[in-house]
Ligand binder design. Structure first.
Ligand SMILES: Nc1ncnc2c1ncn2[C@@H]1O[C@H](COP(=O)(O)OP(=O)(O)O)[C@@H](O)[C@H]1O
Ligand SMILES: [Mg+2]
Length: 372
């Protein structure tokens, strides 16, 4: 890449992880090599409005290591339109001041959860014909929906906790009976399509199971019930997709009874160990499983794959794949790559190059189709 690349850094978003995304965006802006990239910061508000982030732009003019802790969500209202001829943002209110260069070459979406990590925004980029970092529509959607993800893992024959899917409006008594017949208590209940532990609870008996289900179904029409695993929490980073490479494994040592939202983002209670204290054979086994889980969901370019390690039991059980992992300086994904010999800046170079290469592959294929 000889020319400078304009990176649309998309952050904020309509999920519970809005705030962590703003922190990730600052870490990424600091790590992007200023001799190669221009950053076009775009914030998505909690209501879903897109803003060419004014404060973030101003901050980026100065020294990158002096950036704030989190970017503000404010600026000029803009839209990214699904027109393959326009690789630029469009101002929504009047003409953009001439000082604002609204063009970009590639999108780096740092959005977590629904409307960001679930294939919806990836679909917009597909329609607009712009390269973007990370999984495409299918991989994003499958990995965001826990029930679909379990089905993909099952098809691949991956070891995982026993689980049952439930759709709102169906027979809850029958579900309680099925849970008791299949794995019993304690169990975990989760909305199918959220992240960051929102709506996740642990149930110790039928009464708690019903309450947990009620909570999960207030977030999504589908819920997942899963046996509670007693074990360590191990995570692996994936980079690239042909073939995918696995990082060294890391370990989360939760501060709470489970790895809750507060643990993840609020009180720093969880400890991250990178690399995880595992013997070489176990480390190798979990890296292979991570690649299989990533491929099973048809993910692309990056993901963090999370496991339970049931020692003296079934060994590694895959929990989930996250297609847009956290990118703060203390986040597991960049740390695991750092430990694997890939610096934060180089990781971003690789991800951007993968996005551009995928786009070029698709353009060539579309061209061949047209030329018949
Ligand atoms: N089956 C389970 N057994 C034990 N702990 C679990 C189980 N499922 C989830 N947890 C705990 O809850 C946390 C959040 O669940 P997870 O499935 O990872 O949802 P999210 O997508 O919100 O991160 C996990 O990191 C883990 O600490
Ligand atoms: Mg998780």
């Amino acid at each position: 890449m000889a020319e400078r690349v304009r990176v649309l850094l998309l952050f904020g978003g309509r999920s519970a992880e809005h705030d962590v995304s703003r922190v990730s965006a600052v870490s990424v802006a600091r790590a992007l090599d200023p001799s190669r990239y221009d950053v076009v910061p775009v914030a998505i508000t909690k209501d879903g409005h897109w803003l060419l982030a004014g404060e973030a732009r101003a901050a980026l003019q100065g020294a990158r290591d002096a950036l704030p802790a989190a970017f503000e969500v404010e600026g000029l209202p803009v839209a990214e339109i699904p027109d393959p001829g326009t690789r630029a943002l469009v101002p929504l209110e009047g003409a953009a001041p001439p000082a604002h260069d609204m063009t970009f070459d590639v999108v780096l979406p740092l959005l977590h959860g629904p409307y960001g990590e679930d294939g919806t925004v990836q679909g917009l980029f597909e329609l607009a014909g712009v390269p973007y970092v990370g999984s495409g529509v299918v991989g994003s959607a499958v990995a965001m929906d826990k029930v679909m993800m379990k089905r993909a893992f099952k098809a691949e024959g991956l070891p995982m906790p026993r689980w049952l899917a439930f759709r709102d409006g169906h027979d809850r008594d029958a579900l309680v009976r099925d849970v008791e017949a299949s794995f019993g208590y304690p169990c975990f209940v989760k909305p199918s399509n959220l992240g960051s532990s929102v709506g996740v609870s642990r149930a110790a008996d039928a009464t708690e199971l019903r309450a947990a289900l009620h909570l999960a179904l207030s977030f999504d029409e589908w819920a997942l019930v899963e046996e509670a695993i007693v074990g360590r929490e191990i995570e692996v980073g994936i980079l690239g997709d042909d073939p995918p490479e696995a990082s060294v494994p890391g370990e989360i040592v939760p501060g709470d009874s489970f790895y809750s939202y507060a643990d993840k983002y609020e009180d720093d209670a969880a400890r991250l160990l990178a690399p995880a204290p595992l013997d070489p054979a176990h480390a190798e086994a979990v890296r292979e499983l991570a690649i299989r889980a990533f491929n099973a969901c048809r993910c692309e370019a990056m993901a963090r794959v999370d496991f339970f390690l049931e020692e003296n039991g079934r060994g590694f059980l895959v929990n989930e794949v996250n297609t847009i992992p956290g990118f703060t300086t203390i986040s597991m994904y960049p740390r695991l790559w750092q430990e694997s010999g890939v610096s934060f800046s180089h990781l971003l170079d690789r991800l951007i190059a993968l996005a551009i290469a995928r786009h070029e592959r698709r353009e060539r294929r579309a061209g061949r189709q047209r030329d018949g």
